[in-house]
Design a protein around this ligand. Structure first.
Ligand code: FAD
Length: 441
């Protein structure tokens, strides 16, 4: 059996890993248009500082990434976030500490007393009866009120999906929250009951010594596949009971194809196979995002915490700032500090189109306005993602169910990346492991 895996981001790599594990005799062909694997998971070194081009790790509240780390024998690379990372901030008109406990929430100046009472009234807010999809904003306004939604949920959505609560489906993007309402009748009731059931610590942010790129290298080394990096796939056509994969370097005959490239790239390569399938894939939209990293050899700001997220109402040119060297101290050399600024998303997509100098200026302005840091960084890093994070709008779950029904008409062809059923590293790895197990039988 010869299987092509198109796209060597974490979805493609973990599918390959689990396929190799259960079917070591199968031949795996891994193709990616980039010269290095990892997709958006890439670590770049600049003047002794380490910058992540995309995500900086995974949360241990779901088991999937940790399981892959163990299965791949990479535990020695694990790097837990520092305790400081629990301290988080939101910028509205000024910086507020994000309350971590009910007493801190009651004492917080982020909401007025009536707004806090509206949040508490969630306990007696009746559950939605129908199972129809709605935006996070509709869900939030219904359950916890406008003020909480426009501040807390707005900042959180920018931080995770680079979008806004009115553009994202709560059912597709936050299924756990929807389940709390469905199963327990409300969020607070659900959280209290779940906490009683699951004794033990919650999840923490985990990364890798030397950055997420080290884990990608480890996976690459663990995979004895036929690697074709720097090879763009332009078409996938049925041939002799299998598929012919057309690439920038020629053609490959395989029995099965797993397309783990971004949805628009998948649309382009599958157009010759089925135009309707290509259109369904093309309809999946992405938020552009730029990541600007700054390294400082000395900085007066203590960077005590995880970093900050901004709200839409604050009308700032940045989504947030991650205080990287406080979260993972190995990201900066001795005595140095580093941050990464997130720009764009659905709030300001046009800002991502700027050139490097423009993005650095925007990031410096954001850091000045939110943190009061007004000095030139010693080192800077810029990564622009035109298709950064896939959007999950209202109707996404139905669209995905239709898409997967459609693709099932092509035996031996599979779709798997962050555009369909979860964007977090944990989701990508879970979906990949399940797909590999299904294919391996
Ligand atoms: C800025 C940012 C921050 C993030 N932060 C976090 C975080 O902290 N925690 C977390 O859990 N998640 C985070 N995420 C999300 C998570 O990292 C991604 O969802 C995940 O890495 C996506 O992996 P993937 O393999 O599905 O897709 P990708 O990484 O996009 O990989 C797709 C691959 O397909 C290849 N490809 C595309 N077209 C072709 C073609 N024609 N031929 C061959 N190959 C092709 C690409 O080169 C790429 O390697 C973040 C994402 C971004 C952008």
């Amino acid at each position: 059996m010869r299987i092509a895996i198109v796209g060597a981001g974490i979805s493609g790599l973990s599918t390959a890993f689990y396929l190799q594990r259960s079917r070591p005799d199968w031949e795996l062909l891994i193709l990616d248009s980039n010269p290095v694997p990892g997709g958006t998971m890439r670590t770049v070194e600049r003047g002794g500082f380490l910058f992540e081009a995309g995500g900086n790790g995974f949360l241990t509240n779901k088991p999937d990434s940790m399981q892959l780390v163990k299965d791949a024998g990479a535990e020695q690379l694990l790097l837990p976030s520092s305790d400081l990372a629990r301290k988080r901030f939101i910028f509205t008109d000024r910086l507020h500490r994000l309350p971590e406990s009910p007493p801190a929430f009651l004492g917080s100046k982020l909401l007025t007393l009536p707004q806090k009472l509206r949040v508490i009234a969630e306990v007696v807010t009746p559950a939605k009866r129908d199972e129809g999809d709605e935006t996070l904003q509709q869900f939030g306004y219904r359950r916890v009120g406008k003020a909480f939604t426009d501040i807390f949920l707005d900042a959180m959505t920018a931080g995770i999906y680079a979008t806004t609560p009115d553009r994202v489906s709560v059912n597709a993007a936050f299924p756990l929250v929807v389940n709390l309402e469905r199963e327990y009748g409300g969020l607070f009731r659900g959280m209290i009951k779940r906490r009683k059931k699951q004794a033990g610590p919650g999840g923490i942010l985990m990364s890798f010594k030397g950055g997420v790129g080290r884990f990608i290298e480890h996976l690459q080394e663990a995979l004895s596949a036929d690697w074709r990096l720097g090879t763009r796939v332009t078409g996938v056509l049925p041939d002799s009971g299998g598929y012919r994969v057309i690439t920038s370097g020629g053609e490959e005959q395989v029995d099965r194809v797993i397309v783990s490239a971004t949805a628009p790239a998948a649309a382009d390569m599958l157009r010759g196979l089925d135009e309707d399938l290509a259109q369904q894939l093309q309809a999946i939209d992405y938020s552009p995002i730029a990541v600007v990293g700054f390294g400082y050899h000395d900085l007066d700001h203590p960077l005590e915490g995880f970093g900050l997220l901004t709200t839409t109402a604050a009308r700032l040119p940045i989504l947030g700032v991650l205080w990287d060297s406080s979260i993972f101290p190995d990201r900066a050399p001795e005595g140095g500090r580093s941050v990464r600024v997130m720009i764009g998303g659905q709030r300001n997509p046009e800002l991502v189109g700027q050139d490097e100098a423009g993005l650095i200026d925007t990031a410096r302005e954001g850091v000045r306005l939110t943190m009061g840091v007004d000095r030139e960084p010693d080192v800077s890093f810029v990564q622009r993602w035109k298709r950064g994070i896939p959007n999950y709008p209202v109707g996404h779950l139905k669209a995905m169910s239709d898409l997967f029904d459609h693709v099932s008409r092509f035996p031996g062809l599979y779709l798997n990346c962050n555009a369909y059923r979860g964007i977090a590293m944990n989701d990508c790895i879970r979906n990949s492991r399940e797909l590999a197990n299904r294919i391996a039988g």
